[in-house]
Design a protein around this ligand. Structure first.
Ligand SMILES: [Cu+2]
Length: 68
C-alpha cells in the first residue's frame, strides 16, 4: 500500500470536495481518500500495482480541477 498527496487547485466548496473524493475513490486500486479543501490537497492510499498517480491526476482534471 502506497500513499501520495495530490495538490489540487480550484476546489472552492464541499461540492468540489466530494466531486474529487468520488472521482478518486472510483478508481480501482484506490483504498482511501481524504480531501482537504482549505489546503487544496488530497491524501490518497492506493495500490501501485493497480493505479498510478497520473491516473489519479487525470481523474481530478476530468472533474475540472487543476493538479499542481
Ligand atoms: Cu465547489
Amino acid at each position: 500500500m502506497e500513499q501520495t498527496t495530490i495538490k489540487i487547485e480550484g476546489m472552492t466548496c464541499n461540492h468540489c470536495k466530494s466531486a474529487v473524493e468520488t472521482a478518486l475513490t472510483e478508481l480501482e486500486g484506490v483504498s482511501g481518500v481524504e480531501v482537504d479543501l482549505k489546503q487544496g490537497k488530497a491524501d490518497v492510499s492506493y495500490d501501485s500495482a493497480k493505479v498510478t498517480v497520473s491516473d489519479m491526476n487525470e481523474a481530478v482534471e476530468e472533474q475540472g480541477y487543476d493538479v499542481k
